[in-house]
Design a protein around this ligand. Structure first.
Ligand SMILES: NC(=O)c1ccc[n+]([C@@H]2O[C@H](COP(=O)([O-])OP(=O)(O)OC[C@H]3O[C@@H](n4cnc5c(N)ncnc54)[C@H](O)[C@@H]3O)[C@@H](O)[C@H]2O)c1
Ligand SMILES: O=c1ccn([C@@H]2O[C@H](COP(=O)(O)OP(=O)(O)O[C@H]3O[C@H](CO)[C@@H](O)[C@H](O)[C@H]3O)[C@@H](O)[C@H]2O)c(=O)[nH]1
Length: 480
C-alpha cells in the first residue's frame, strides 16, 4: 500500500488529504501537525475548519485510510510520498520584510524529513512558495542524504475556501512540476497516478519545477487583478452614475474576458492573494524587474484604496463623524461559506471605524468573538503562523461587541455595513431592522447583497459599491 504523509493539517492539508483518502481507498494517508489542538479537532466531531461537504468526506474515511496525528517524525519516516503544506507567511523582519515569503516552517520541515528518513522519498511542495524553492529544498534534503534518493515535485493547490471540496473533486487542473530527468519523470508519474484515481488525464498538467511554482503565483495575481480592475471601475461608476453590475456584465459577456470573478466588493481578502502578490513583487525586484514589480504592486494598492474608500464613505455620509455611534457589521469572514478571517477586509474596515471612535457591533454566522478580538488586535501578517506561535489573546477592545444574531447586532444602530456576502443577509427582514435603528438609518453594502431600491423605499439611506449614489450621499464631500 502506498503511504502518503502530509505535514500541515490546515485549510489545504486537511481537505486535500481527506479527498485523496476518499478517492483512493488503496492509499493510506496520514496528516501530521505540530499543533496538538488542530490534530485533536481533526480527530473530533468539531473539525478545526468550516468547509461545506468536508465533514462527510472526513467521516467516510477517518480511521479507514485517513489518519490525523502529532507523531510527525514516525509518519514522515514511513511515507513514500510526503506533501508539505505548512505556512509560508510574509516576512515581517529583515531582508524582504513586508514582501518576501518566510520559509522558516518549510525549511524546518525539510530538515526534519532529512533527519528521519531511511528510505527514498518523493517530497511534494503543496504550500505556495517562491520560484526556485524546490532548488533550496533539494539542497537541504540531499546535503546529508545518507544515500537516500529524494525527488522534489511542485504540486500547487488551487482550491478556494468555501468551495474546497467541490474544487478538489472536480479541479480545473492539477499541476505537477518535476525535474526533467528519468527519476524526476518517474516521480511525476507516481503522483499523477494518485490524482488519476478521479481526475481526467487531460486535466493533469505536467511541467518543469519552475513553471509549476510560478504558475501558482501568476494564477493568484491574475485573479486578484480582475477584482482590483472591477473595483477600480466601481469608483468611476459612483462618480459617473454608471452601475458596476451592468458594466461587469457587459464586459464579461466578451468571451475573451469571461463572466467570473468580476464582482465589485469592499476589497479582496483571504490568506493568499495579498501574500502571493507581495511574494511575486519581491521575486520581480530580486530579478531586476522593477517595472513588473510595480505593475503587480498596484493590484494591492487598489485593494487598500477600496477598503479605505469604503470607510470614508461611511464616515462622510454620517455627518463626518461616527464617534460614539453604533455601527453594525454584518459578516466578518473574508467570503461566504467559511469561518476564515485571514486578511478579511472586515479587519481594515473595523479598524477604520474604531479609529473614528465608533462602537462596532459584529455578527458573522461562523466567526467567534475571540477570533474577532484577536484579528482586530493582531499586527499585520502575524496571523499566518501556527496558532500556538501567535501572540496570546490581547485585552479585548471595548468598543467592539460580537453577537450571534443579526437583529441584535443592528438594534439601535446608526448604520449597518455588510462586509461578507452570506446568503442569509439577502433574506433578513430589513423592515424590522429599520424599525429598530436610529434615524436616519444607513446601509453600506460592501458586497452588493441587498436591493438598494427596496431598502430606499423603506426609508434607508443606501450605499452600494459601484452603484448610482443615493442623493444624500452624492451631496456629501467626495472621498478617497
Ligand atoms: N488556504 C488556502 O485556501 C490555500 C490554497 C492554496 C494554497 N495555500 C497555501 O498552502 C499553504 C498552507 O496554507 P493553509 O491555509 O493550509 O495554512 P494553515 O495555517 O491553515 O495550515 C498550516 C499548518 O502547518 C502547520 N505547521 C507549520 N509548521 C509545521 C511543521 N514544521 N511541522 C508540522 N506542521 C507544521 C501549522 O501548525 C498549521 O496547522 C500556504 O503556503 C498557503 O499559501 C493555501
Ligand atoms: O469577483 C470576486 C471574487 C472574489 N472576491 C473576493 O476575493 C477574495 C478571495 O476569494 P476566492 O478567490 O474565492 O477565495 P480564496 O480561498 O482566497 O481562493 C484564492 O486563493 C487560493 C489560495 O492560493 C487559491 O488556491 C484559489 O484558486 C484562489 O481563488 C474574497 O475576499 C472574495 O470575497 C471579490 O471581491 N470579487
Amino acid at each position: 500500500m502506498v503511504k502518503i504523509c502530509c505535514i500541515g493539517a490546515g485549510y489545504v492539508g486537511g481537505p486535500t488529504m481527506a479527498v485523496i483518502a476518499f478517492k483512493c481507498p488503496d492509499i493510506e494517508v496520514v496528516v501530521v501537525d505540530i499543533s496538538v489542538s488542530r490534530i485533536t479537532a481533526w480527530n473530533s466531531d468539531q473539525l478545526p475548519i468550516y468547509e461545506p461537504g468536508l465533514d462527510e468526506v472526513v467521516k467516510q474515511c477517518r480511521g479507514r485510510n485517513l489518519f490525523f496525528s502529532t507523531n510527525v517524525e514516525k509518519h514522515v519516516a514511513e511515507a513514500d510520498i510526503i506533501f508539505v503544506s505548512v505556512n509560508t507567511p510574509t516576512k515581517t523582519r529583515g531582508l524582504g520584510a513586508g514582501k518576501a515569503a518566510d520559509l522558516t516552517y518549510w525549511e524546518s520541515a525539510a530538515r526534519m524529513i532529512a533527519n528521519v528518513s531511511k528510505s527514498d522519498k518523493i517530497v511534494v511542495e503543496k504550500s505556495t512558495v517562491p520560484v526556485k524553492t524546490a532548488e533550496a529544498i533539494e539542497k537541504i534534503l540531499t546535503h546529508n542524504s545518507k544515500g537516500i534518493n529524494y525527488q522534489i515535485l511542485s504540486n500547487p493547490e488551487f482550491l478556494a475556501e468555501g468551495t474546497a471540496i467541490q474544487d478538489l473533486f472536480k479541479p480545473d487542473r492539477v499541476l505537477i512540476g518535476g525535474r526533467e530527468t528519468p527519476e524526476g519523470r518517474k516521480a511525476v508519474q507516481t503522483l499523477k497516478d494518485v490524482y488519476a484515481h478521479w481526475v481526467p488525464e487531460d486535466c493533469i498538467l505536467t511541467t518543469n519545477l519552475w513553471s509549476a511554482e510560478l504558475s501558482k503565483l501568476a494564477a493568484n495575481a491574475f485573479l486578484a487583478q480582475r477584482i482590483s480592475s472591477v473595483n477600480a471601475i466601481s469608483a468611476l461608476c459612483e462618480a459617473t452614475g454608471a452601475n458596476v453590475s451592468e458594466v461587469a456584465y457587459a464586459v464579461g459577456k466578451d468571451s475573451r474576458i469571461g463572466p467570473k470573478f468580476l464582482n465589485a466588493s469592499v476589497g479582496f481578502g483571504g490568506s493568499c492573494f495579498q501574500k502571493d502578490i507581495l511574494n511575486l513583487v519581491y521575486i520581480c525586484e530580486c530579478n531586476g524587474l522593477p517595472e513588473v514589480a510595480n505593475y503587480w504592486r498596484q493590484v494591492i494598492k487598489i485593494n487598500d484604496y477600496q477598503k479605505s474608500r469604503f470607510v470614508n464613505r461611511i464616515v462622510s455620509s454620517m455627518f463626518n463623524t461616527v464617534a460614539g455611534k453604533k455601527i453594525a457589521v454584518l459578516g466578518f469572514a473574508f467570503k461566504k461559506d467559511t469561518g476564515d478571517t485571514r486578511e478579511t477586509p472586515a479587519i481594515d474596515v473595523c479598524k477604520g471605524l474604531l479609529g473614528d471612535k465608533a462602537n462596532v457591533s459584529i455578527y458573522d454566522p461562523q466567526v467567534t468573538e475571540d477570533q474577532i478580538q484577536r484579528d482586530i488586535a493582531m499586527n499585520k501578517f502575524d496571523w499566518d503562523h501556527p496558532v500556538h506561535l501567535q501572540p496570546m489573546s490581547p485585552t479585548a477592545v471595548k468598543q467592539v461587541s460580537v453577537t450571534w444574531d443579526a437583529y441584535e447586532a443592528t438594534k439601535g444602530a446608526h448604520g449597518v455595513c455588510i462586509l461578507t456576502e452570506w446568503d442569509e443577509f439577502k433574506e433578513l427582514d430589513y423592515q424590522r431592522i429599520y424599525d429598530n435603528m436610529q434615524k436616519p438609518a444607513f446601509v453600506f453594502d460592501g458586497r452588493n447583497v441587498v436591493d438598494p431600491e427596496k431598502l430606499r423605499a423603506m426609508g434607508f439611506i443606501v450605499y452600494s459599491i459601484g452603484k448610482p449614489l443615493d442623493a444624500w450621499i452624492k451631496d456629501m464631500p467626495a472621498v478617497a
